[in-house]
Each structure stands twice: as C-alpha cells, then as structure tokens.
Ligand binder design. Structure first.
Ligand SMILES: O=C(O)CCC(=O)C(=O)O
Ligand SMILES: [Fe+2]
Length: 254
C-alpha cells in the first residue's frame, strides 16, 4: 500500500505554550457513540462525535491561534499541502480529547451504540493494530480557505510517548484521527477527504475512490503507516474547512 515518497512528513515548529482550549462540557451527558465502517480495516467514522455548538465554539477559538500558511512548494518526497496550520505538543489536550469526549469508550468498546460496528476483543486489537493507549500529543489544526487542499499522500506511523502514571508508555501511531469542525451546512463547499484503493492487480482499472463528505462534528479514523491508503483533502471551493488532527497510539511491544 504505502510506497516510499509522497509522505506526509512536513512539519512546522511546534509552538511552546499550549492554548487554553475551550472545555468539552457540552458533551456530558450524552448517548453512546457509534463506529461506522466505511471500508473494512481501513476507514471508520464516528458520526456526531461533537455537537455543532462545540464545533462552532472551537472554530471561533482556533481562528485566534497563530496559524501558519504552509509553503506551496514541498520538500523532496513531501506531499503538496496548501493550508493554514497550527501544531502543538499538548499531552494534556490529547488526554482530554481521548478521555472526556467518549472517544476512548467507543474505540475500546466500553460503550457502543446498537447501530455501530460491534467488535470482540481480538478483532478490536487487530483493527487498531494493538492495545490502544491514547492519542498522539502532536495536535494539528488545519484551516483550508477557498483554493486550498492537501494533495495525495500517505500518513506515516511514528514512535511516540504517551504520558501515563506511574510510567510513560512507549507507543506508536497506527490510525489517523481527523475531526471535522465544518461542512456544507456551515458554508464549506468541497474539501472532501478522498481515499484511493489500490487496484487488485496490475493493468486492472483502479476501484472507485472513496469520498468522505465533510460533516461538522464527525470524526474519521483511517489506518496509516505501511497499510495507509493513498488519500487527499480535496480543494475547498467556498467557505472554510477546519480540522483537528491527532492519531491513535498503541503500546509498543518490547
Ligand atoms: O484534511 C483532510 O481532509 C486530510 C488531512 C490529511 O490527510 C492529513 O492530515 O494527513
Ligand atoms: Fe493524510
């Protein structure tokens, strides 16, 4: 699946001081979230992960952060990414996003809506690529204005540390997490995330791409690293697309 090149390794210098992120108080109490399978073992979504009120609060807040426009010309081997970005190492926000939003419960199968993907322990471990221990502290915020996009690329798996008590956990990232804060309903046209399955054999026409339309408050998870599918963030045609990005982390086997 993921050959060398076109990797999403571009990074801006992480900011020092974490922002004062708005609270998630509108998320409790709530009914259980559901995992929706888009492509087996590759793409799942969590519809209505955040209510639109929280998305709106976040977009207003994030617009005040010092976002940096990425250069149009990437370094060798990097995907063309034209958007405004803010990046921060924030273990405390990653922990809150994991534990206080219902994400941990739905990913670990502690709570599961009846209409969601039902997984047993073994299949769950296989799906996520190990024992999930939290989210990557590397939090990325993207804003795409009209004309901006993220060209076709693969996402890398990275070795990370997930802070924990009594001991920090050596981990690696296995799935990308994208949380969409805007959609057509908020005036954003275009900007879909599109996945390109590999053709089943050489000289065979590639399967239809999988187009995921933006939904404000929906989270999308997709497998990355060696089995990452080629994907892109399509050009935004009107309005603004806002995304919060992190990754699922699994315990590194020693
Ligand atoms: O913004 C999108 O739809 C895609 C983002 C993406 O591919 C990434 O963060 O690696
Ligand atoms: Fe990506």
């Amino acid at each position: 699946m993921a050959p060398k090149g076109k990797k999403n390794t571009a990074s801006s210098t992480p900011q020092e001081q974490p922002p004062k992120w708005p609270p998630f108080k509108s998320l409790v109490p709530r009914s259980p979230l559901a995992l929706k399978e888009i492509l087996p073992n590759q793409i799942v979504t969590i519809p209505n992960f955040w209510p639109s009120s929280l998305c709106k609060t976040y977009v207003s807040f994030l617009a005040g952060l010092p976002l940096v426009t990425t250069p149009g010309k990437p370094k060798k081997g990097e995907a063309v990414r034209v958007n405004d970005r803010f990046q921060i190492q924030d273990a405390s926000f990653a922990k809150r996003l994991w534990e206080e939003t219902g994400l941990k419960d739905v990913v670990m199968g502690n709570v599961q809506a009846d209409d969601g993907l039902q997984l047993n322990e073994e299949i769950r471990t296989q799906l996520w690529g190990g024992e999930v221990v939290g989210l990557n502290s590397n939090i990325r915020i993207y804003r795409y204005n009209k004309g901006q996009f993220f060209d076709q690329h693969y996402d890398d798996s990275n070795n990370v540390i997930v802070p924990s008590s009594p001991r920090d956990i050596p981990a690696r990232t296995t799935w990308t997490l994208l949380l969409y804060l805007t959609s057509q309903a908020t005036g954003c046209v275009g900007g879909e995330t599109v996945f390109y399955p590999d053709p089943p054999a050489k000289k065979v026409a590639p399967p239809e791409p999988i187009i995921v339309d933006l939904e404000a408050g929906m989270a999308l998870l997709h497998r990355h690293g060696a089995e990452c599918m080629l994907h892109e963030g399509r050009e935004v045609l009107a309005g603004e697309k806002w995304v919060i990005r992190s990754d699922l982390c699994v315990r590194k086997s020693s």
